[in-house]
Design a protein around this ligand. Structure first.
Ligand code: APR
Ligand code: ZN
Length: 364
C-alpha cells in the first residue's frame, strides 16, 4: 500500500480537494503506476460541473502517463520501470467487440463504473472506499489500473506529451483517421478549439486535409489553431455557415464539433457540402438530445458520425501516436500551454470554463 496525494471530487461543488488517499498493492492482473503527468481535460470538467453522474468520492483525471512501479500476479504486458500511457476505457479482451479488434466499443469494460475488472476499487480515503475516475484517476501521484489500461511507450517520449496522447490526441487524431477517414485535399471545419479540437486540427494536418477551418470564441485558441495547422480561423456569428461555404466553395466535406454543446452540434449539417459528414466528438450533458432536419439530411446525402475516444485501440494507437510525435509529424508539445502542480488544478478548471488555455498539464 502507498500513500498518494490526489485531487478528489466529493460529488458536489465544483472544486477538487487535495487529499492523501491510500493506494492498494496491485492485485492479480493489475499494475501500480507512479504518475508522471496528467492532462486537465474537458471531460473532467463535465464531472465537476455535475453534467454526468459518477460515484464519489472520486480521484479525478483520465489523461495520464507514468512509470510502472509494481505489477500483480499474471501481468505479462509490462514490467516495473516501463513507461506507460493509461487508457480511460480499458478493454475486457473477451467480448465480441474486443475479439473483432473494436476495443473502443467493448461491452465488458467496467471503466465507466470507475472500478477494476473484478468490481473492486484500489483506493481508500479515511478508511472508506474511493473511486478512480474511469478506473484510472490520473490526478494522483500513484494509481492502480488493469494491465489492459497500461500501454508501454518509448522512454524518449516526455510524460507531459504522453499524457495528452492518452485522451485529447487519441480522440482528436483518432476521429480524423479512424472515424471520418479524411482523405488528403478534402475540406474540414472544427467547431471548438480546446484541447480536443486542437488535436483534431493536428490530425487533419497530418492527413493533408485542406482547407482546415477552426472556429472558436476565443482568439487565443485560434492562434494555437493556426500554429497547429488551421488554414483559416473564424470567431463565429450568425453567418458561420456562409463564411464556411465561402472558404470551401459551398460547404465543408467534414465538420467536427469539439465542445459538447447542443446548439453547436445542431449547427454541423449546415456547415457541410452535399455528401459531407458531421462528426460528433464533444460530449454534451446527459439528457440533452439534439435535433436535425432529417429531410435535408437525407436529400443532401449528409452523414452523422458519433465518435467516442476516436475509436482508439490503445495497444495499437498509443505507440503509433508516440512514434509520430518522435518523428516530428505530430507536435503534441505545442498543445501544452500550462504546466502546473497538483494543487493548481482548480485554477486550471476555472481558466477552462472561461475558454482560456489550450491544455493545462499537471506535472508530478
Ligand atoms: N462556439 C465556438 N467555440 C466555443 C463555444 C461556442 N459557442 N463555446 C465554447 N467554445 C470553445 C471554448 O472557447 C474552448 O476553446 O470550445 C472549446 C472547448 O474546449 P475545452 O474546454 O478545452 O474542452 P476539451 O478538453 O477540448 O473538450 C471538448 O470534447 O471529449 C469532449 O468531454 C469533452 O465535451 C468535451 C469536448
Ligand atoms: Zn479526456
Amino acid at each position: 500500500m502507498v500513500q498518494s496525494q490526489a485531487a478528489v471530487h466529493f460529488g458536489e461543488g465544483t472544486k477538487l480537494q487535495i487529499e492523501v488517499v491510500e493506494v492498494a498493492d496491485p492485485g492479480r492482473g493489475n499494475v501500480l503506476v507512479r504518475m508522471g503527468a496528467s492532462g486537465v481535460c474537458g471531460s473532467d470538467r463535465h464531472v465537476l460541473d455535475g453534467d454526468w453522474e459518477m460515484p464519489s468520492p472520486t480521484v479525478l483525471g483520465h489523461e495520464g502517463a507514468g512509470t510502472v512501479e509494481a505489477v500483480g500476479d499474471g501481468v505479462t504486458d509490462v514490467e516495473p520501470g516501463d513507461h506507460v500511457i493509461l487508457s480511460w476505457f480499458y478493454p475486457c479482451r473477451r467480448c465480441t467487440a474486443c475479439l473483432s479488434g473494436k476495443a473502443y466499443v467493448c461491452t465488458g469494460s467496467r471503466s465507466e463504473e470507475c472500478v477494476l475488472p473484478d468490481g473492486t476499487t484500489p483506493l481508500t480515503l479515511d478508511g472508506k472506499p474511493a473511486f478512480a475516475y474511469l478506473a484510472v484517476g490520473t490526478m494522483s501521484e500513484y494509481t492502480v489500473v488493469p494491465e489492459s489500461a497500461a500501454i508501454r511507450i518509448p522512454k524518449e517520449v516526455p510524460f507531459d506529451v504522453a499524457s495528452l496522447i492518452g485522451c485529447s490526441i487519441a480522440t482528436g487524431v483518432g476521429t480524423v483517421v479512424n472515424d471520418a477517414a479524411v482523405e488528403p485535399g478534402t475540406s474540414a471545419v472544427v467547431v471548438g478549439a480546446g484541447g480536443v479540437g486542437l488535436s483534431i486540427i493536428m490530425g487533419l494536418k497530418l492527413v493533408g486535409a485542406n482547407p482546415i477551418i477552426a472556429v472558436d470564441l476565443n482568439e487565443e485558441k485560434l492562434a494555437f489553431a493556426r500554429e497547429l495547422g488551421a488554414t483559416h480561423t473564424i470567431v463565429p456569428d450568425d453567418d458561420l455557415a456562409a463564411q464556411v461555404a465561402a472558404i470551401t466553395e459551398g460547404g465543408a466535406a467534414y465538420a467536427f464539433e469539439a465542445i459538447g454543446r447542443v446548439e453547436t452540434i445542431e449547427s454541423l449539417p449546415g456547415l457541410l457540402a452535399p455528401g459531407g459528414s458531421a462528426v460528433v466528438v464533444g460530449l454534451p450533458p446527459v439528457d440533452a438530445p439534439v435535433s436535425f432536419d432529417a429531410l435535408e439530411l437525407a436529400e443532401s446525402g449528409k452523414k452523422i458520425i458519433g465518435s467516442n475516444y476516436g475509436s482508439t485501440v490503445p495497444g495499437r494507437d498509443f505507440p503509433k501516436l508516440a512514434s509520430l510525435y518522435l518523428a516530428g509529424a505530430l507536435p503534441v508539445d505545442k498543445l501544452i500551454s500550462h504546466r502546473i502542480s497538483l494543487p493548481e488544478v482548480n485554477e486550471a478548471f476555472d481558466a477552462m470554463r472561461r475558454g482560456e488555455r489550450a491544455r493545462s498539464v499537471i506535472v508530478f
